[in-house]
Design a protein around this ligand. Structure first.
Ligand code: B12
Length: 357
């Protein structure tokens, strides 16, 4: 029995196995899939090193922590022979939508893509190939892998765009010892002369096409620890987690995909986070409710800081919101005290006239 099985495995061509894996992943719901080699991503490594040396990564770590490891998959998985990369689309919010949380985080799209990839990885394991799902992990530069696997191109918003779908996708990979058929066709850029994403960025973080100025990116600043930079507070508006601005305006990404997404993966209503909820919940409840979001050091006060800022940027406060801001002026955390004071002052309340708790 075992002998028969190994003969069957040996006789399956790389092409047939690749087709099987693609079928599984696409029927699982991914919008694009491809295979690339395990060669190092040298130009990405140089880019990361250059920006690290010149401190243009701000205090951000992720792939900057160890650029060699992040751009050489065999440093983490020495057995790897191929990388299968897949994209899962999520709904693109409309231009007039004012949401506290970016579209990609409203539901666990990473979790969804991970289960699609896990199914194929376990199939490969059954065939005796070592296989590991790697997704939003510092062991791989996902966009570069997706581009080299032929899924799309890197746009002026610095994200990977899938033809006809756009950049509203999350990316993930299977790193495997199987020698799969490498997808040979690179996709050339279809951004043309359009630079709506650059114009739409509220802080000018995309002034240089395709290169994100991290220290100005709202998505990063909302994750960054410490007080929120004073000069960029007003640009944040109502955002508490993530920013969609450079994707919302992108003309690439059809309504067809949006509606397919909506039908298949309806928005999680609970994901509609509100500053009042964040500022009212206790630590445990807060982490339980929003635990799947990336919160630095799992510190609940980090989300509270962003919620206080969002209240400061509201047009008008109601009584409950005013009371919450006043309450946080007596917080033990000086960052929250300062943020609450700033937000109250935005509504015309001077620090010394505020009533204490
Ligand atoms: C760190 C990180 C961030 C940081 C910094 C991102 C950055 N661009 O520096 C912050 C927190 C800001 C962030 C924000 C977001 N992120 Co993020 N992030 C990552 C992470 C962990 C690593 C990114 C990285 O280091 N890439 C490698 C470096 C080398 O790439 P790079 O900095 O983009 O540099 C390249 C370009 O500048 C390009 N380039 C250079 N010159 C030029 C010139 C031209 C003309 C062009 C076109 C390109 C170009 O070449 C450089 C080298 O390759 C990845 C996950 C992963 N493990 O890969 C997710 C990832 C990139 N993020 C993702 C998402 C969804 C987002 C957000 C959309 C979330 C949101 N709504 O708030 C925003 C988008 C902001 C933006 N416009 O980039 C997705 C992107 C999916 C896609 N379609 O590409 C990823 C891949 C996660 C995933 N697995 O799905 N992210």
């Amino acid at each position: 029995m075992l002998r028969e099985q190994s003969v069957a495995i040996a006789s399956k061509s790389s092409l047939a196995l690749t087709a099987e894996v693609f079928d599984e992943i696409l029927s699982g719901g991914a919008v694009a899939v491809g295979v690339t080699s395990v060669l190092g991503f040298e130009s990405e490594m140089n880019f990361l090193l250059r920006r690290k040396v010149t401190r243009r990564n701000d205090s951000m770590q992720f792939t900057y922590r160890n650029p060699y490891r992040s751009t050489h998959i065999t440093a983490s998985y020495p057995y790897a022979k191929s990388i299968v990369v897949a994209a899962l689309a999520y709904p693109k919010p409309s231009v007039d939508e004012t949401n506290h949380i970016a579209s990609y985080a409203r539901k666990d799209y990473y979790g969804e893509l991970r289960s699609i990839l896990e199914a194929s990885a376990s199939h490969l394991r059954e065939l005796r190939y070592r296989s590991q799902v790697v997704l939003d992990d510092n062991a791989l530069v996902d966009k570069a892998a997706a581009r080299r696997a032929g899924l799309g191109w890197i746009g002026k918003n610095s994200l990977l765009l899938v033809p006809k779908v756009g950049s509203n996708v999350v990316l993930g990979s299977i790193v495997t010892s199987a020698e799969l058929k490498v997808s040979a066709t690179p996709v050339s850029s279809r951004c043309g002369s359009c630079h709506r994403c650059q114009q739409a960025c509220p802080t000018g973080a995309l002034d240089e096409a395709g290169v994100l100025e991290v220290s100005k990116c709202i998505s990063w600043l909302l994750q960054r620890e410490g007080p929120f930079p004073l000069e960029l507070r007003e640009s944040v508006g109502q955002r508490i987690y993530g920013c969609d601005e450079c994707q919302v305006v992108c003309p690439i990404g059809s309504k067809t995909v949006d509606s397919a997404c909506d039908a298949l993966r309806p928005m999680d209503v609970k994901a509609a986070i509100s500053p009042v909820t964040i500022l009212s919940l206790g630590d445990d409840e807060l982490l339980q409710t929003y635990g799947r979001l990336y919160i630095p050091r799992r510190a609940p006060n980090h989300l509270r800081r962003n919620a206080l800022l969002a209240l400061g940027n509201k047009d008008m406060l109601n009584v409950e919101e005013f009371e919450l801001l006043s309450r946080y002026r007596s917080s033990d955390d000086p960052i929250l005290v300062e943020q609450a004071t700033w937000s109250l002052s935005k509504h015309g309340f001077k620090a010394h006239t505020l009533r204490p708790l």
